[in-house]
Write a new protein. Structure first.
Length: 558
């Protein structure tokens, strides 16, 4: 991934730790440090109302502790670490009679605290800097006595600045490691392969779910499909290119032959991501294997085609039979017109038998016409429908439909026994499928907008949200009415739109004729019910009611 050079800030970090420990057996040296830091701190505190402390003018104010022996200094270092208030800097004398010397004191201090800065100060030359380097290792400085106040202040400021800067960098590193660990765990726990791709060279930065690559970097088309070139139109096209050119989320249907020679079908979703700090574009891309759903949909379409073919065959055969029956009816009319019927033929075609044949032909014609009418109008026939059975049928159709996209619907059936409504079967199906598809479209738009605007740390919550049903279908019986509520996650509908949402021609989509919700309301009105829409705290609810009828069809009339 192409990343610009990090721009270092010109603002100095806050020096929060200003704790200094001086270990020296000379009271005059300890007094010098007290005059340098403690007295100045008292003066600053006394006259602080005369100055703006935020300007940093008093960056030389420190918290001073002293010790006259090495063991005492080591104990103070241990206490500071135990209390999570470590020293930033130690001024350490080399000779500390009668106890341990500065070299041993420095070794013990470094065993306790690996970050504290140590300044060795001595007037003697029998100790070399290399002696201290082998026990202190880092953050080590040397000052020759006699000490100069300006040098003490300068050393204290620089060492404290370095200690705080190192701590800030370590915190940033720990935060980054923790973030990378969390992000890696997030990607590995996702139920689907997901990739972050550099748009300039198709390089995969991460992948998760059940799909992993042995290489740290590979092009998305190589990793996913083992191709040497980007996905072309024969597969369904490249969603990344479309997402980058439009700036919007996109989805492509991909078809691919896997290593076993089987055709697999995928929904490839692509969300553009823009990082304003480095000006680099990436896309978040994930795959949903819809092969099984594709096969189920094809099977359903095959069944429908078979039913259509059977109906067309029956209709064609029925018309042929109708013509034949018409011919027989004409022959009967000719026979009936013969006045003289003598001999065996006359007995065979007696008026009584001719009339019986006419009745049989008429009956067959009537039954045939009735069968044709029923085959054509059965779906439009008003019938008593079992609510439970019809809802099961509709949810099955919705689950495999193109608009449904496999979204799970949480069903809440609050009825104690079978309940029925009086409605044409096709109208009932149209009404419920239309409302469910409308809910699915709203959920898609809601998730797309949230994913586009989401920060990385919000992705986990968004993924968990998609694991739960985002559409609810609640059915309740209240006296003689059936109440159905279809709720879904969505942005609230503007208040000025609510009164017109069921009007003919109204639509919030770029394409479509806006007859969906209008048709739904017409169906419900003709059945004696009503429908309304309202905004909820976390979505939108369509509520409709229909009159209940007795499920015993003998009590409801024709």
């Amino acid at each position: 991934m192409r990343i610009d050079q990090h721009q270092h800030s010109t603002v100095a970090p806050q020096i929060h730790n200003r704790r200094i420990l001086v270990i020296d057996d000379d009271p005059a040296i300890l007094e010098l440090f007290s005059r340098t830091f403690v007295y100045k701190n008292q003066w600053i505190e006394e006259f602080s109302d005369l100055f703006d402390l935020e300007t940093g003018e008093f960056d030389l104010s420190f918290e001073l502790s002293t010790a006259s022996q090495g063991e005492e200094g080591v104990a103070l270092i241990q206490q500071a670490v135990d209390e999570s208030a470590p020293f930033a800097l130690v001024f350490l004398d080399v000779r500390l009679p009668p106890g341990i010397d500065g070299l041993e004191t420095a070794r013990k201090i470094r065993e306790i605290d690996s970050d504290v800065h140590i300044v060795i100060s001595s007037a003697y030359t029998d100790y070399q800097p290399s002696d201290f380097r082998v026990v202190v290792f880092s953050h080590l400085y040397f000052m020759r006595k006699p000490l100069v106040v300006a040098e003490i202040e300068h050393m204290a400021y620089n060492a404290s600045y370095s200690w705080n800067r190192n701590r800030q960098l370590q915190q940033e590193l720990d935060t980054n490691i923790a973030y990378q660990s969390w992000l890696s765990q997030l990607f590995n726990e996702l139920p689907m392969p997901i990739m972050v791709i550099d748009t300039t060279n198709h390089q995969v930065l991460m992948s998760g779910g059940t799909y992993h690559s042995d290489t740290s970097k590979s092009s998305c088309y190589k990793m996913r499909y083992n191709r040497d070139t980007p996905c072309d139109e024969s597969m369904g096209g490249c969603p990344m290119e479309e997402a980058c050119s439009s700036g919007n989320s996109t989805m492509k249907n991909h078809t691919h032959i896997d290593a076993y020679g089987e055709k697999r079908h995928y929904e490839v979703h692509c969300v553009p991501v823009h990082n304003p700090k480095i000006g680099s574009h990436q896309v978040l891309e994930f795959f949903i294997d819809v092969t099984e759903r594709h096969y189920r949909l094809n099977e359903k379409e095959r069944e429908i085609r078979q039913q259509t073919q059977l109906f067309d065959t029956f209709r064609s055969t029925a018309h042929t039979m109708k013509n034949s029956i018409g011919y027989l009816n004409g022959m009967v009319d000719h026979v009936a017109a013969v006045k003289e019927r003598t001999g065996e033929l006359g007995e065979l075609l007696s008026p009584e038998r001719v009339e019986l044949i006419r009745e049989q032909v008429t009956t067959i014609m009537s039954l045939l016409l009735l069968a044709l009418r029923n085959a054509k109008g059965d779906a439009n026939r008003v019938a008593v429908l079992s609510v439970q059975k019809k809802i099961d049928e509709v949810l099955s159709l919705f689950a495999i439909s193109t608009l449904g996209k496999g979204k799970e619907v949480a069903l809440q059936l609050n009825v104690e026994h079978e309940v029925c409504i009086r409605l044409p079967a096709i109208d009932c199906q149209t009404m419920l499928i239309n409302l469910l598809n409308n809910a699915a479209d709203a959920v898609d738009q809601y998730l797309t907008e949230r994913a586009t605007a989401a920060e990385p740390e919000e992705l986990m919550a968004l993924m968990r949200l998609q694991e739960e049903p985002m559409i609810t279908l609640e059915v309740t019986q209240r006296k003689e009415l059936l109440f159905i509520e279809i709720s879904n996650l969505a942005k609230p509908i503007p208040m000025e739109v609510l009164p017109t949402i069921f009007e003919k021609g109204f639509s919030t989509k770029e394409s479509g004729n806006g007859v969906g919700l209008y048709d739904v309301r017409q169906i419900i009105k003709q059945a004696g019910g009503d429908i309304s829409v309202s905004n909820q705290e976390d979505g939108v609810t369509f509520a409709l009611n229909l009159p209940l009828v007795d499920c015993d069809t003998t009590k409801n009339g024709p």
